[in-house]
Design a protein around this ligand. Structure first.
Ligand SMILES: *[C@@H]1O[C@H](CO)[C@@H](O)[C@H](O)[C@H]1NC(C)=O
Ligand SMILES: *[C@@H]1O[C@H](CO)[C@@H](O)[C@H](O)[C@H]1NC(C)=O
Ligand SMILES: *[C@@H]1O[C@H](CO)[C@@H](O)[C@H](O)[C@H]1NC(C)=O
Ligand SMILES: *[C@@H]1O[C@H](CO)[C@@H](O)[C@H](O)[C@H]1NC(C)=O
Length: 219
């Protein structure tokens, strides 16, 4: 008895709260483009084919680099990032940047900067040491080949290029870490992960083909 009289009320409350949630979510969607543009782009990738294939006789390296913006509460760009990214259900984390960089492009940029009399010291001051990062930002070490060698050779170089741009355009700097690199000098043998991928792919193809055949036969 109690349940049946309260039923409609409960339903009304439920419908109202759903509607209110939808309305407030839609309000949260509206944002200010001027502020949005203060933030660096989350994704930026140089052309991979142009980097490695255009002229294979010219050795080059393409690296995927993760950059984590250094918090700076006196920077308005950082405050927008912090505010915007706190809505993690709807927004990307804008402090976590993905970069794909061609080695020769970065070397060229640094050479140009040298010609414009940007000192080595200024460039070195752009490199940010690692700080406490409380979200996963990179695939764990040991997943990709030769990462340690590439990191030793190019970490500082890419840190300078990425941070020069961040500093110029947004007044920010980031801790950067190379995730993996591809070089057009190396040829890579098929490894276990690739074999595992082929096995799974083969299994799926087999299952699909077999199911279709079985279905066809049952008709
Ligand atoms: C957007 O933000 C900028 C900078 O904070 C401010 O000057 C501008 O008035 C804002 N625009 C709107 C529509 O809120
Ligand atoms: C923080 O931001 C302010 C204002 O943009 C800037 O002057 C300062 O150098 C920044 N600090 C660091 C550590 O990047
Ligand atoms: C860099 O410094 C050299 C020598 O001091 C000078 O001749 C040149 O004009 C400077 N270039 C720029 C872009 O300031
Ligand atoms: C992965 O490598 C980076 C740089 O070489 C190092 O700073 C980091 O601590 C390593 N992480 C783990 C989990 O070993």
């Amino acid at each position: 008895m109690m349940v049946s009289t309260r039923g409609p009320q409960v339903l009304t409350v439920f419908v109202c709260s759903v509607l209110c949630t939808i309305v407030s979510v839609q309000c949260a969607e509206q944002f200010n483009m001027t502020q949005y543009r203060l933030m660096p782009r989350v994704f930026h990738f140089d052309d991979y084919d142009e980097c490695l294939l255009d002229d294979p006789s010219v050795p080059d390296v393409y690296c995927m680099v993760k950059a984590v913006v250094q918090p700076n509460t006196s920077s308005s760009a950082w405050n927008v990032i912090a505010h915007y990214s706190s809505n993690w259900k709807q927004h990307l984390n804008h402090a976590h940047l993905d970069r794909g960089l061609c080695l020769s492009g970065c070397i060229r940029l640094l050479a140009e900067l040298e010609q414009q009399n940007v000192t080595e010291q200024e460039l070195r001051s752009l490199v940010v040491p690692k700080f406490q990062i409380d979200f996963p930002y990179i695939i764990k070490n040991g997943t990709f080949r030769d990462v340690d060698t590439y990191r030793r050779q190019y970490s500082e170089l890419f840190a300078k290029c990425i941070n020069y741009e961040l500093q110029q355009k947004h007044g920010l700097r980031a801790y950067t870490e190379i995730e993996y690199c591809d070089s057009n000098r190396e040829s890579y043998p098929i490894d276990n992960l690739e074999i595992a991928f082929l096995v799974v792919l083969g299994f799926l193809l087999f299952t699909v083909t077999f199911s279709s055949w079985y279905d066809h036969r049952c008709k």
